[in-house]
Design a protein around this ligand. Structure first.
Ligand code: HEC
Ligand code: HEC
Length: 296
């Protein structure tokens, strides 16, 4: 009887272990699933690479087909077509070439990709995540859409840094570290929310203090300027007095603390798809930042 019970317990233990394995397999995302989650969410390549309608909403029929023109002090960059179209997109590029474009800002022909593509942040994207993003880019609908060439009135650097070889995963159980990864290398929140010391150069002593002049979309289709907000814990200018839920509502729904609608420069139409755990990590990271007063 005792032996039988032992046998039964052992069998149950084996079954439980099998269930756990099956369970974790069921949860392990494929690269395409991860890439879809990232590009349609926190990474939001489409905030620049998908043309927007007059209200500032991304056009689903032209997903990642390029053509958005930026009017910046450094020139007039145009976001290219990054769908798999063979002639007007990046359909002929290899996976490795696309990864080099994203993390090193270098095209297959050796030319450099200029701002505002946030290469400085993308350099820190993990191997697994950048591969997942490529899997998604391969799966989007190819769109034949020829766009113009960027014009810069500043010289571009010869490189953004040494070649990026291996970037390890950031452990997700360290919420602040993973939140910093979400807000930096993946979401480039800090690119828009950090002031410049000189055109195109972020003031790293004021990370998150806002004050950048960015393009806005007004409902009448006219482009206008919007100033990015201070997202450090500063109590006067920043998020110091905001609740976690208020911060999450601003990110996901574009709702300010007082309820007014934020301008569609920030990618909240994409951020609406960020998971609750990732949002928690972003908030933990924002809370951990140094409080900096807004300068402008
Ligand atoms: C803030 C705006 C912005 C974001 C965000 C952005 N890009 Fe770009 N991207 C650009 C601009 C502008 C260019 C063209 C720059 C130039 O002409 O030198 C570009 C160029 C590229 C190119 C080169 C294509 C070619 O044909 O030359 C690729 C590939 C690319 N981006 C992929 C991506 C991917 C993938 C993401 C998301 C992970 C992304 N970009 C996010 C603005 C952006
Ligand atoms: C393309 C630039 C851009 C990116 C990327 C961006 N933001 Fe923003 N964000 C803005 C601008 C501009 C505003 C102000 C909008 C307004 O005043 O209507 C803003 C507003 C906010 C606000 C509201 C603050 C306030 O005082 O009203 C929060 C919170 C915020 N952003 C957090 C984030 C986080 C977190 C991320 C990354 C997940 C992010 N932003 C990415 C440009 C950006």
């Amino acid at each position: 009887m005792v032996l039988q019970l032992k046998g039964l317990l052992a069998a149950l233990a084996v079954t439980a272990a099998a269930l756990i394995i099956v369970g974790s397999r069921a949860h392990a995302e494929t690269p395409l699933e991860r890439g879809t989650y990232l590009v349609r969410g926190i990474v939001a390549c489409g905030n620049c690479h998908t043309p927007k309608d007059a209200a500032g909403k991304a056009r689903a029929d032209l997903e990642l087909a390029g053509g958005r023109e930026f009017d910046l002090p450094i020139g007039k960059p145009i976001a290219p077509n990054i769908t798999p179209d063979l002639e007007t997109g990046i359909g002929t590029w290899t996976d490795a070439q696309i990864i080099t474009a994203i993390r090193e800002g270098k095209r297959p022909d050796g030319t450099l990709i200029g701002p505002p593509m946030p290469i400085g942040f993308y350099r820190e994207m993990s191997d697994r995540d950048v591969e997942a993003i490529v899997a998604y880019l391969r799966a989007v609908k190819p769109v034949s859409h020829k766009v113009g060439k960027s014009v810069y009135n500043i010289p571009l650097p010869s490189a953004y840094g040494p070649p990026v070889t291996k970037v390890a995963e950031i452990p997700r159980d360290d919420k602040v570290a993973y939140g910093a990864y979400l807000a930096g290398p993946l979401g480039h929140c800090l690119e828009c929310h950090t002031p410049f010391v000189s055109p195109g150069v972020l003031d790293l002593s004021k990370i998150g203090a806002g004050g950048r002049e960015l393009e806005a979309f007004s409902p009448d289709g006219e482009s206008a300027i919007v100033i990015s907000a201070n997202i450090t814990p500063d109590r006067e200018n920043g998020l110091g007095l905001w609740s976690d839920d208020e911060i999450k509502r601003a990110i996901m729904r574009g709702e300010a603390k007082d309820g007014h609608e934020l301008v569609r420069t920030m990618a909240f139409d994409w951020y609406a798809h960020i998971s609750e755990t990732d949002l928690d990590s972003i908030v933990s990271y924002l809370r951990s930042m140094k409080a900096v007063a807004t300068t402008k």
